[in-house]
Design a protein around this ligand. Structure first.
Ligand code: PLP
Length: 370
């Protein structure tokens, strides 16, 4: 089978080794005569997988003991709501740093639940791909641009905006607890968990299949959450029960375990960073080489190492490019429907070889059509 060179933004490419292991174990997990999906979440086979996934995540990301690791459901979008529900009490406000569409969605949910301030907003009015106007985000703010409220309940940022392609390459210094949506750049490199009070990530980019969300949060911060909301929405409920309060997404967690093992066997997060930087450099390199033909709108200092976005000045060539790329085995290069153009998501599992095929293709395409 020829594997598609998959540049989708999420659900996205998974490491072949993780999938092959799942294939080998699918019908008969650990000689139990059934698949891991069919095991009770209270049984010893599943619990071993669950605990191994948490242990590997703690080891790879260097998560301190003062932090809980939770496996939740409902997508990162549910976190947009459960966060303010828990941590934005009446009389306080939360600071949001807006650098793209996902941040907008987080703000929208928080506004429905409490008071929100924008500590920064790098969006500008721009024409939308399908007509009308939208906001275009091409950078993250500098530290000096952040207008922070030291008394904020928390400061929320999106470390990597999957659609616009702007990524934070520094961790803002803030007084209030720092909360980050890391959905599309989780585990792309080593990161200092201790700078954050609360991080969350949907799994379907760098960690596994959709249906699973990881939360890494300081225990004392979690304890400050409201107690007068339904138990299922209180983070402490899941923390106290090792994410086994109710039935977790067992197969998603199993596959995340396989992906974490692959990361470990590949050399951990430092190796991921080397691999990811090399891929991003190659791809931005070819876009810059043909800068008159391709337009990479994100400012250099904010360029995403995970989601590389670009357009071409000649819209009539868009479908041609996508069609030829598909013939060459590449999928997922169409930009998000709200912004158009192209996007190559080059998460951990996207190999440098696939990126080399894409860069050679873009180079040849530009030479032919420029
Ligand atoms: C940065 C970011 N945040 C949040 C989400 C929403 O995730 P979900 O669809 O799992 O709710 C996405 C989805 O792609 C994302 O890229």
């Amino acid at each position: 089978m020829a594997r598609a060179k998959n540049f989708n933004a999420g659900p996205a490419a998974l490491p072949l080794e993780a999938l092959e292991r799942a294939q080998r174990e699918l019908l008969d997990y650990a000689q139990s005569g059934m698949s891991i999906m069919e095991h009770s979440h209270r049984g010893k086979e599943y619990e071993a997988v669950h605990d191994e996934a948490i242990r590997l995540l703690r080891e790879l990301a260097g998560i301190p003991d003062a932090y809980d690791v939770l496996f939740l459901q409902g997508g990162a979008s549910q976190q947009f709501a459960t966060l303010p529900m828990s941590f934005l009490p009446a009389g306080k406000s939360a600071d949001y740093v807006l650098t793209g569409v996902w941040g907008e969605k987080a703000v929208e949910e928080a506004k429905g639940l409490g008071q929100v301030r924008l500590a920064a907003n790098t969006g500008k009015e721009a024409p939308a791909a399908g007509g009308g106007s939208t906001r275009s985000y091409t950078r993250v703010p500098k530290q000096s641009e952040l207008e922070l409220d030291p008394a904020a309940a928390y400061v929320h940022l999106t470390t990597n905006e999957t659609i616009g392609g702007a990524q934070f390459h520094y961790v803002p210094e803030v007084k209030a607890p720092l909360v980050a949506d890391m959905s599309s750049d989780f585990l792309w490199k080593p990161f200092d968990v201790s700078k954050y009070a609360f991080c969350y990530a949907g799994a379907q980019k760098n960690l596994g299949p959709s249906g699973l969300v990881v939360v890494i949060a300081r225990k004392d911060f979690l304890e400050t959450g409201r107690k007068d909301i339904p138990k299922i929405f209180q983070y402490r409920t899941h923390a106290k029960n090792n994410s086994l309060y109710n039935t977790p997404p067992t197969f998603g967690i199993y596959l995340a375990r396989n992906v974490l093992l692959w990361i470990k066997e590949t050399g951990g997060l430092a190796a991921m960073e080397r691999r990811n930087r090399q891929k991003a450099d190659a791809l931005y390199g070819v876009l810059d080489k043909h800068a008159g033909f391709y337009v990479a709108p994100v400012e250099r200092a904010s360029r995403s190492t995970m989601n590389v976005v670009w357009t071409i000045g000649r819209p009539e060539l868009e479908e041609v490019l996508l069609g030829e790329a598909k013939k060459a085995g590449m999928v997922g290069l169409k930009g998000h429907r709200s912004v158009g153009g192209f996007r190559a998501s080059i998460y951990n599992a996207v190999s440098p070889e696939w990126v080399a095929v894409l860069t050679d293709f873009l180079d040849a395409f530009a030479k032919k059509h420029a």
